[in-house]
Design a protein around this ligand. Structure first.
Ligand code: GLP
Length: 239
């Protein structure tokens, strides 16, 4: 049986520290690693710790999970902006080796096809970090009756628009669509670390503890992967 490994931490800081250690080990072991990166408030602590470790990112490549659509990279709520702020500007990564779906692409379908081709060209993702939505979404793969394998344009559920509206001045300003890697792109990563913090993620975490896989909770597909580590805090674990 392939089983998800759980690391239960006392709090957010410990979770961030454990995750940063895993990323640091990956970067030291293979300084040319392809890192799969995520946005949201959850990985912020991990990025800030990683940035303070003096690691050499000069040959690292990164691909992000998703981006709102449409959105300008200059918009402070874009995921490109987030990555530049929280990690890329703080380490010696070559910005040309950092990839985030283009929220301004004129032809979004073409952008999706090119993003999948890019991941292939890079040789796949060595280590992917994920956050999780309260409804169990990963990237922007929202609960549905069917999920997509490759990168695609998706409509955000009302609950995700509401959950993410805390970063915008009003709900109306949250883009209603996104470009996201699909389930196959995520599950093709060699190693996956899923970070879960806070009481409001308890239901999503609980769905990972039993043996069921359902598109109603996209994260449950991670049970099909050989090397997933969930690092969570007590608040998320105990609810
Ligand atoms: C967004 C992102 C996800 C992220 C989720 C949770 O919808 N697309 O990748 O995991 O939010 O965000 P947070 O960590 O802020 O709770």
């Amino acid at each position: 049986m392939m089983e998800i490994k759980f690391i239960i931490c006392n709090d957010y800081d410990e979770m961030s520290h454990r995750a940063a250690e895993i990323f640091a080990a990956q970067i030291k072991e293979n300084p040319e690693s392809v890192l799969g990166l995520a946005t949201g408030s959850t990985p912020v602590g991990m990025y800030s710790e990683l940035a303070s470790m003096g690691l050499d990112f000069s040959r690292i490549k990164s691909v992000n999970l998703d981006e709102y659509y449409p959105i300008s990279p200059k918009n402070e709520n874009s995921y490109r902006y987030f990555m530049n702020e929280n990690l890329f500007s703080k380490v010696n990564i070559n910005i040309n080796n950092t990839y985030v779906p283009n929220g301004e692409a004129a032809d979004a379908e073409k952008e999706c096809r090119e993003y999948d081709a890019l991941i292939d060209r890079l040789g796949g993702i060595d280590l992917q970090v994920l956050g999780i939505g309260p409804n169990g979404h990963i990237g922007f793969n929202e609960p549905d009756t069917e999920l997509f394998a490759g990168t695609h344009v998706t409509s955000l559920t009302l609950s995700t628009v509401e959950a993410n509206s805390r970063f915008f001045s009003s709900v109306d300003e949250v883009p209603k669509k996104a470009i996201t890697m699909g389930m196959s792109s995520i599950l093709s990563a060699k190693k996956i670390v899923l970070l879960i913090s806070g009481k409001n993620k308890h239901a999503a975490l609980k769905a990972l503890l039993d043996d069921k896989i359902t598109p109603a909770v996209p994260a449950t597909f991670l049970k099909l992967h050989r090397d997933v580590t969930v690092i969570c805090d007590k608040a998320a674990y105990e609810g």
